[in-house]
Design a protein around this ligand. Structure first.
Ligand SMILES: [Zn+2]
Length: 79
């Protein structure tokens, strides 16, 4: 089974509830997202690698590919 990588995720702002479809970068993680409605700065929740994993309806492409994404090494265990 081959699952096509979905490059678009609808990200929902936890502050105001605004949601918008965004295109995710396929080769990097997005750590920061500013809600276009309330301008709240969104950052990934603890344990998530990017804002799409935390707030999007589709996780980021590396996660879809079952890769370790950007949180693979030393950053993992630091607070
Ligand atoms: Zn918002």
């Amino acid at each position: 089974m081959i699952n096509p990588i979905i490059a678009q995720s609808t990200i929902s702002c936890p502050v105001c509830g605004h949601s918008k479809k965004e295109t995710m970068p396929t080769n990097a993680c997005q750590w920061f997202y500013e809600c276009e409605s309330c301008h709240a700065p969104l950052k990934p929740k603890k344990g998530d690698c990017c804002v799409y994993c935390s707030y999007g309806d589709v996780p980021c492409p590396p996660i879809q590919e079952d890769k370790a994404c950007c949180s693979s090494t030393e950053e993992n265990h630091q607070v």
